[in-house]
Design a binder for this molecule. Structure first.
Ligand SMILES: Cc1cc2nc3c(=O)[nH]c(=O)nc-3n(C[C@H](O)[C@H](O)[C@H](O)COP(=O)(O)O)c2cc1C
Length: 779
């Protein structure tokens, strides 16, 4: 008869004194109650496959860069000598004999870490409780420990214990090894842990929160799902409750990456020392293989939420691989998929979703108060009427909107007239390509200009993520020119070009946002614009000018670089997202640079961009182009007339926000705190230098304790920096929201600067929260 883990439990109970047995059951010493619901995983219903999987599925998995034989590890266990005198040493031997999986050594071990390491063929992780200790961290590293597990702070009756985040910070400063945080049980815990630099999470069963927050109310599957969803790419380990191989499968299907096995190991130890531990793990592993095979799974990567049978409809899940089929590994996909540049904003978005009551200074989206659904129809009709007035027949008008259209765009003439009227940019329609948002214009320009591996794009830093993301997608090398306090310096650009050339590279273009930049809010002075154009001419580079905020900023604007461009050095990347509406996804490129082809014919760079576009998006939606052209025609091509109201609104909100900051931090207080901000004359963004580290951890504290969200400027610095600066977007907020938001921000800043008592949120009235509800994704 094949033994199961419950057989081992029974045998163990018979062997150990009853006091020891009740200690194991209650786990006195684990600082928390175990298993609010011991069969939580057993009750998870798994779907049966259409066809069985291979008899011996692949159980190996990669966690924190190491391959494990199976998605399980040994939980931290004190008191092992009560199960068998050889205790942890036998556990280490038994584990190594069964499978290459880590053993987490309890913080309460009685053995020096060196002695355990000497005994261990299994990877060792070390649990750390109490204040992190440099000497121990160093000894552990020297002994070959591969990761640390930061124990949850003990709960104390009636009082909330310290959250333990300072310990994580401290531990982070002591070791380069991965640190996993134990005891997370809510999405909020996850955000805090990730914000403080955790490399992995150990999920507490319901009832065991990390920071003394209310114990997770949900059942284990819900808790696990929530944590796994918030964790993203960081591994999630479920702490306990696996009693059968099928439980391991259920845990993984709910989102865990592995499970920690506790008491079954003690049972094995009590029954047969190292051999008992080996048997227990071998049984669990074999059962796990069987469970995978019955679920039709060939490998651990194929385990997903689709496996779980649910009563209520589930959100769409990634497709299961066909039985016996293969799954794609992210590591085999283009590097952009896993590049942190590509998901910098995810954390911010996650925070925004988690704290919907916070006032958010993060989103760079236009104010919605001026949108009017009917207007879309008016605009489209206006453009169709315009086509008819140009002599097109009804059939031709119909074809224009219903059919594919020219790749370069339908509305180039309307755009050419508009940029002439508004900006004094005098270019023929043929030099324009209408794109799917400005993002496509960037993509086309980079694709056309960046011909080989030596070509480099210069980008002023802090940088807009759209351009660095597009460069990453295209494998384009980026060289950074750091902005100074007052913006880009041409001497720095020249030095960067020289440095790149000295490295054998060919700088092709520099990307700039000259007006009210995102993210810094800085505007390039007129002299610098002339200087930059001269420099571009002299050093034979192009300037990619992206300037979406000009016409939604109050007052006269400094001429656009393209308006000053006498030698066709500027490719202007236009956007109608802020001026008309972002849902249209219409932008454009002005690329009037002459191109000499191999056959001696000439064309414009715009022709080449259109060629590329024909293979990317074919053409920009005719309906969207019609809506935008209709808007331009409505105002006689003068977009500035259409945007006069929104420009005044944004200008007013910017001034209002600056005044609110002034009131919150009068000059003297500002100086005491070392707090500074710039005062943009337009655009959506301003930046604040703050006297503390404005990182993800600070952002979570700000959202959670003060109800205010902002963007860390460090997100926009490609080569590090910006850690003491935050970006505030004013575009989406009403005056009431600005008032509330700045007063919350002020309390947060004072607290971070160590000058005000924490817990300010508790002092706020609940109505203050509900009145200003509304958090949104940032960009
Ligand atoms: C006797 C005993 C000692 C334990 N010691 C620790 C410990 O030192 N640190 C810790 O974080 N958890 C400790 N635990 C909890 C286990 O790590 C594990 O989370 C728990 O047993 C749930 O897993 P299981 O359901 O597989 O037993 C202990 C549990 C038992 C039964």
């Amino acid at each position: 008869m094949e033994l199961t883990l419950s057989d081992f439990a029974r045998l163990a109970q018979a062997r150990v004194p009853s006091g020891t047995w009740s200690l194991f059951e209650s786990a006195a010493g684990a600082d928390r109650a175990l298993d609010a619901d011991p069969d939580a995983l057993g009750r998870v219903r798994l779907r049966s496959p259409a066809a069985p999987g291979p008899e011996r599925p692949e159980t190996a998995t990669t966690i924190l860069g190491r391959v494990w034989d199976a998605p399980m590890a040994i939980a931290p266990l004190a008191h092992q000598a009560l199960a068998h005198p050889s205790g942890e040493l036998a556990t280490l031997r038994g584990t190594a004999a069964a499978a290459g999986v880590p053993v987490v050594i309890s913080a309460r071990t009685e053995h020096p870490v060196e002695a355990l390491a000497a005994e261990s063929a299994a990877p060792l992780w070390l649990q750390v409780s109490g204040p992190p200790d440099r000497a121990l961290a160093e000894r552990a590293e020297r002994a070959g420990v591969e990761a640390f597990v930061l124990a949850a702070e003990p709960r104390t009756a009636g009082s909330a214990p310290g959250p333990g985040w300072a310990r994580l910070d401290r531990m982070r400063s002591l070791t380069p090894l991965p640190i996993l945080v134990q005891g997370v049980s809510t999405g909020r815990d996850v955000l805090r842990a990730l914000g403080a630099g955790a490399d992995g999470l150990v999920v507490a069963p319901p009832g065991g929160g990390l920071d003394g927050a209310a114990p997770a109310a949900g059942a284990l599957p819900d808790v696990l799902r929530e944590v796994a969803a918030a964790a993203g790419r960081v591994p999630v380990l479920l702490d306990g409750a696996a009693r059968r191989g099928r439980d391991v499968l259920a845990a993984l299907a709910l989102g865990a990456d592995a499970v920690l096995v506790g008491r079954p190991v003690l049972h094995g130890l009590a029954v047969g020392a190292a051999e008992g531990v080996r048997s227990v793990l071998a049984i669990l592993l074999e059962e796990f293989e069987d469970a995978m095979a019955s679920a039709g799974l060939a490998s651990v990567a194929g385990i997903g939420p689709g496996l779980v049978e649910t009563a209520e409809p589930t959100p769409p899940t990634p497709p299961e691989p066909a039985p016996g089929g293969r799954v794609l590994r992210a590591a085999d996909l283009h590097g952009s998929v896993t590049d942190p540049v590509m998901d910098t904003m995810n954390f911010l978005n996650e925070v925004t979703l988690r704290y919907p009551d916070a006032v958010s200074f993060a989103p760079g989206r236009p104010y919605g108060g001026f949108f009017d659904t009917e207007q879309i129809f008016t605009y489209v009709r206006r453009y169709l009427g315009h086509l008819a007035s140009e002599g097109r027949s009804p059939a031709e008008v119909r074809e224009t909107v219903y059919q594919y259209g020219p790749s370069a765009g339908l509305i180039r003439d309307v755009i050419a007239a508009s940029v002439r009227a508004d900006e004094g940019i005098d270019v023929p329609p043929e030099s324009i390509v209408v794109t799917v948002g400005c993002q496509e214009a960037m993509f086309l320009a980079l694709r056309a200009l960046m011909a080989g591996p030596d070509d480099v794009l210069l980008v002023s830093s802090p940088s807009y993520m759209g351009i660095t993301g597009a460069a990453r997608l295209l494998d384009v090398e980026v060289a950074v020119v750091e902005e100074r306090a007052d913006g880009l310096s041409c001497a720095d650009v020249e030095a960067a070009i020289a440095a790149e050339r000295a490295r054998g590279r060919r700088p092709r273009a520099i990307y700039v946002i000259p007006d009210h930049s995102n993210p810094s809010g800085i505007t390039m002075p007129l002299e610098t614009r002339h200087e930059l154009l001269d420099l571009a001419d002299r050093l034979d580079v192009l300037v990619l000018e992206d300037s979406p905020y000009r016409l939604v900023s109050p007052g006269a604007q400094i001429p656009a670089l393209k308006a000053l461009d006498r030698h066709r050095r500027v490719v202007h990347l236009g956007s109608y997202a802020k001026t008309v509406f972002p849902g249209a996804r219409v932008g454009y490129a002005i690329a009037d640079q002459p191109v000499l082809r191999e056959d001696g014919t000439r064309g414009l760079l715009a022709d080449e961009l259109a060629k590329i576009k024909s293979m990317l998006t074919v053409n920009t939606s005719a309906l969207s182009q019609a809506a935008v052209a209709g808007a331009l025609l409505e105002c006689g091509g003068r977009l500035s007339e259409l945007t006069a109201r929104s420009a005044a609104h944004y200008g007013d909100t910017m001034r209002y926000t600056l005044d609110a900051l002034d009131r919150a931090f009068p000059a003297e207080r500002r100086a005491e705190l070392g707090l500074r901000w710039n005062a943009p004359t337009g655009g959506f963004f301003l930046t604040l230098q703050v006297p503390f580290r404005a990182d993800n951890a600070a952002l979570v504290r700000s959202a959670e304790d003060f109800g205010v969200i902002w963007t860390p400027m460090a997100y926009f610095h490609l080569r590090g920096g910006g850690t003491g600066t935050i970006r505030l977007s004013i575009s989406y907020l009403t005056r009431a929201e600005v008032d509330e938001g700045i007063s919350r921000l002020a309390r947060f800043i004072e607290t971070e600067a160590g000058t005000a008592p924490s817990g300010a949120r508790a002092a706020m009235t609940p109505t203050a929260f509900t009145e200003v509800a509304g958090g949104h994704h940032g960009d």
